[in-house]
Design a protein around this ligand. Sequence first.
Ligand SMILES: C[S@@+](CC[C@H](N)C(=O)[O-])C[C@H]1O[C@@H](n2cnc3c(N)ncnc32)[C@H](O)[C@@H]1O
Length: 392
Amino acid sequence: MAEINQRRVEQQLRNFERALQAYGHDEPLSRFLTRFFKENRQMGSADRRMTSRYCYNYFRLGEAVKAISLQEKLVIAEFLCEQASDLVALHQPDWLAAITAPLAEKIAFLQDQGIAVKDAIFPFQQHLSPDVRTEDFVLNHLIQPDLFIRVQQQATEQVEAELQRAAISFSSIGKAGYRLPNGSKLQELKGIAGLYEVQDQSSQQSLDMAQLQPGQSWWDACAASGGKSLLLLEKESAVRLLVSDIRLSILRNLDERFQVAKVKAAYRKKVLDLTEDVDHIMQGERFDGIILDAPCSGSGTWSRTPEMIKQFSEAKIAEFSDLQKRIAKQVSAYLKPKGQLIYITCSVFQEENEAVVAFLEASCGLKVETQQLIAGYNRKSDSMFAARLRKI
Ligand SMILES: C[S@@+](CC[C@H](N)C(=O)[O-])C[C@H]1O[C@@H](n2cnc3c(N)ncnc32)[C@H](O)[C@@H]1O
């Protein structure tokens, strides 16, 4: 083993502590770190990489092992999340023999040292949807997911060639989806801009259950910057599409994204708050299909953004569930008879998923045809939930 530079490790630890102190928990960690590194130009690329790794690993530990120092906590996080670590080698050299073991064994190893982490990594386990395999889900929280792209069907060869040229490794995940290492610098590949969308593997599957026909009218009711709308149009370009969101600014992003992707289909756009009565704006319009990709906790994506766990409180689950029921009830009124509602979340909580679907069936004149947890935790992707309901 190469000799460890103790001073360097100590410097890395100080960088991490400084970054953590400066982080206000009011923005995604990735955005904060980009700014932090800009403001600390003396940090070289190796320092930046290490600060980022320490911060993410630290947050991956969730609420586990509270009553110990930051450094001790980071050593545990490094031991769990990495296969080699100078920090562990310096502070817990006896642990090194177990650092390459499977995660379940590492957790058992810590347990033997009196360090219990398993139940605290993800503190909301009792809310998980029944189809989530709790142990797998929790352990995979310690692993950074991959990056996924969805490529326009006719452009797969061009995109593959460009990835090869840039020496970015990739593997195919079905028709036009690809798995890439996290952190791949796709934005530098200007020649293929617009030919692909960054979209998680589970998100790419979220409309598989939609039954699409040319000529149908669809409403993407919480469209944001259009991830699901683009997926819908890639599957069936001859639909009439209405997109809406509560935020005008994000619909402007949708316009830009559609432009870059050279979307030819005409679409209409409305700013709608779906907790309010929108009847006067909708003017009697009815749809063959509605996508409701509802505002949610995002808990199925927290292995990408582990800092979210600290900011979340259990009470918010019920708040999201209430909001989702309210919005879902409202939009379901705009379905034609036999029209379909595709209800989607990137949450793993039962209250945001199965409970909302059960409410729609019990109170909104819809029948559940299929519902599915799209489990990403065993394949380094996000977890989502999707259901197709039919208006009776
Ligand atoms: C999960 S995101 C949608 C993501 C998007 N479908 C995509 O694939 O990129 C949920 C969206 O719901 C919107 N939203 C939140 N509250 C809303 C409300 N009361 N009425 C309408 N939209 C709302 C948010 O602005 C957010 O863009």
